[in-house]
Design a binder for this molecule. Structure first.
Ligand code: FE
Ligand code: FE
Length: 342
């Protein structure tokens, strides 16, 4: 989810910072108008201020095809030359709707396309990534100082940056994104899913001894099977850590973290979503990942039946103990489908 849009004043200031060069001047006339601003009005105003100058209006070549839908578009072409910059390789805009006179005022710029969109940049910033290659450092700094494009999760991301390695951070973002998509599809709260996905592996990189300490403090003793399978500890220590430190009090989110590795019988919708998202997030690459992705398109239960069976089989063939919750989860899904088959 890209963060919210910035106000006109912030956008003007960012333009000033980005074009901090004497060859450029950033104009505020569209903002000063104070109401809905049409391109034709801006051009009329500029023409009044600079009556002897020629104007060149640079747009993306994809916008050229929608130009005839713009307010008073014919007047726009009479007031300026339209320069269309390529947005993707080999894209040739259709100019058949323009007269020969109008075509003379359209210039197709032959420049290498720069395949990045503002939506993409806002998304990167909302995730708190320090990738400033796409924008100038001054603008990046301004965005940070003013908290622009914040999607409301930056405090959690700061915590995760301290607790997780690079690989796990990326995985958490991918699970967060995937959980939100699944929530939209299956009618759960997308914001809760996004947060639960983001935090599901919060203690994954915490040393095992410390995880045991967190679990012990929470008063939930580890079973024998859990003791000999440290891979499941982080779901228990993660939920306990989030609760004990007052980071999350929402029981649904805590449940989704608590059961994301083993699953269990009677999972809530949010628990199913985070469990499945953890298997099919964009960063996942195991052999059957596309099978599970397709199953998740059909239903969460199809995906969970497949993945819990896969987990059971893997553990059996490796002579490892199976967590009872995983067995419960598998049985629960089998019963779900048996009952459906009736
Ligand atoms: Fe995990
Ligand atoms: Fe995970």
């Amino acid at each position: 989810m890209p963060g919210k849009l910035a106000s006109g004043e912030h956008r003007l200031e960012m333009c000033r910072l980005a074009f901090n060069d004497e060859r450029f001047e950033v104009s505020s006339i569209e903002l000063d108008r104070g109401s809905r601003s049409y391109t034709v009005e801006t051009l009329r105003e500029l023409k009044k201020i600079y009556p002897d100058d020629e104007f060149y209006f640079i747009i993306g070549s994809d916008m050229l095809e929608t130009l005839t839908g713009w307010y008073l578009w014919e007047e726009i072409i009479s007031l300026c030359h339209i320069c269309a910059a390529s947005r993707e390789d080999g894209f040739v805009p259709d100019l058949s709707c323009f007269t020969d006179e109008q075509k003379k005022r359209i210039i197709l710029l032959d420049i290498p396309p720069y395949e990045v969109s503002s939506t993409e940049i806002r998304g990167i910033i909302a995730k708190g990534e320090k990738n400033t290659e796409l924008i100038s450092p001054a603008v990046a700094d301004y965005i940070r100082r003013n908290g622009l494009y914040d999607d409301g999760l930056s405090d959690y991301r700061r915590l995760l940056t301290e607790m997780l390695d690079e690989y796990r951070l990326n995985h958490s973002e991918c699970v967060s994104e995937c959980a939100a998509v699944l929530a939209e599809k299956y009618g759960a709260d997308a914001e809760k899913a996004r947060l639960a996905g983001l935090l599901h592996d919060v203690t994954k990189n915490v040393p095992r001894a410390e995880q045991l300490g967190i679990i012990e403090k929470s008063g939930e003793p580890l079973s024998g099977v859990e003791l000999c399978n440290p891979k499941v500890w982080h779901q228990i220590s993660g939920a306990a850590f989030l609760k004990e430190n007052g980071i999350i009090s929402d029981e649904e989110i805590l449940g989704a973290v608590r059961w994301h590795t083993t699953g269990r019988a009677d999972m809530t919708l949010l628990e199913k979503i985070v469990y499945v998202a953890d298997f099919i997030s964009a960063d996942r690459e195991y052999r059957d990942v596309n099978v599970v992705r397709r199953l998740a398109e059909i239903s969460l239960e199809h995906a969970i039946l497949y993945t819990s069976r896969y987990t059971v089989e893997k553990l059996v063939s490796a002579d490892l103990p199976i967590h009872p919750a995983t067995v419960d989860c598998y049985n629960d899904m089998l019963l779900h489908f048996k009952i459906q088959k009736g």
